[in-house]
Design a protein around this ligand. Structure first.
Ligand code: TXA
Ligand code: MG
Length: 306
């Protein structure tokens, strides 16, 4: 039986660490989406993540650490630019792809010699990782290919008894996954637009990020992903969305298209709600590709891919 515990429970950190140290799985709140966490140094626990999600073993996981100084424990030859970015943006919705250290199991990296690392902004999550004394591997806590979870209930809806303990910290404030930047290539590449807008990163780095190409690009960047059961169709603007809605029975227009932070924060909840309500189609107005709009467009395109 999986249990659920509030992040406000004074015993929450101790209970979560007990589960992790025993090789169990914890539904961990982060500012982006809920993660399915296991101690990254316990191969049997990491294996449970792949089984619970139905995720292919060659899809690498993100290591979550509690402080930027831990980067050198899990990564080697870290470029100064990546260190500077980590110091300025962590804790926060940014994942860095680096060369892995000997301490990182190839089970976590899908057989690669690179590792994805981030420090989540959620304080409860960081306290758990800190007390654990080791990084935790955590993909989004959904069934492979399905919509990511932005509440504790979403985690239970997808994984049920396959997760030992879920920590309820309410809805995720950002609502879309972290931005992933690859620092193992000659020029840093944007592997996934996410919660930290590319414009902000480029301003801090004082240069443009390259588009993904080569080895790193291939894994986990499937065309179809983040998808509800109903179909998702995209509208260029509100007028088009309204016309589509009138012409499509059992459909609904996604709310908050005019407010990017709210659109992102409610996107996955709205997709899941559409399935609960038995809708056939949801109609999403595509935002411009700027700020959080970039990540929203990316997720909507993948959800609508047939
Ligand atoms: O916001 C987030 O990043 C959330 C929360 C839980 O932290 N996590 C998340 O994990 O979105 P996941 O597993 O759903 O997505 C991780 C992405 C995948 O596309 C995976 O292929 C990529 O990161 N990734 C991880 N390690 C990699 C590596 N060594 N090389 C290339 N891609 C990697
Ligand atoms: Mg995911």
């Amino acid at each position: 039986m999986s249990s659920i515990v509030s992040s406000r429970n004074p015993d929450v950190v101790r209970r979560a660490v007990e589960v992790l140290n025993a090789g169990g799985l914890v539904g961990l709140p982060t500012e982006t989406v809920y993660g399915l966490a296991a101690r990254a140094d316990l191969d049997s626990a990491v294996n449970k993540i792949f089984h619970a999600k139905g995720r292919p073993a060659d899809h690498p996981l993100i290591l979550h650490i509690s402080h930027s100084s831990e980067i050198h424990r899990y990564a080697v030859n870290v470029p100064p630019e990546a260190i500077s970015l980590a110091e300025q943006c962590w804790p926060g919705p940014l994942t860095l792809l680096l060369h892995k250290s000997a301490e990182v199991s190839t089970l976590v990296t899908g057989g690669r010699d690179t590792v994805a690392i981030r420090v989540p902004a959620n304080e409860c999550a960081r306290n758990i990782i800190d007390l654990c004394g080791h990084s935790v591997a955590a993909p989004s806590a959904n069934v492979f290919g399905h919509v990511s979870p932005s509440t504790a209930q979403h985690v239970l809806d997808d994984l049920g008894d396959r997760v030992d303990l879920v920590i309820d910290d309410g809805g995720c404030t950002i609502g879309v996954e972290s931005t992933i930047v690859d620092f193992t290539t000659s020029q840093p590449q944007l592997l996934r637009p996410g919660g930290l807008p590319v414009e902000d990163l480029e301003l801090i780095m004082d240069r443009e990020l390259a588009m993904p190409s080569g080895e790193s690009r291939a894994s986990g960047m499937l065309a179809s992903h983040y998808a509800p059961n109903c179909s998702v169709v995209l509208a260029q603007n509100v007028a088009e969305a309204r016309a589509m809605h009138e012409a499509t029975p059992n459909s609904r227009i996604l709310d908050h298209w005019d407010n990017f932070p709210l659109y992102a924060a409610t996107l996955y909840t709205q997709m899941r709600q559409a399935d609960k309500d038995g809708l056939g189609t949801i109609i999403a107005v595509i935002p411009p590709k700027s700020g959080l709009g970039h990540a929203i467009v990316d997720r909507l395109s993948k959800a609508s891919f047939l």
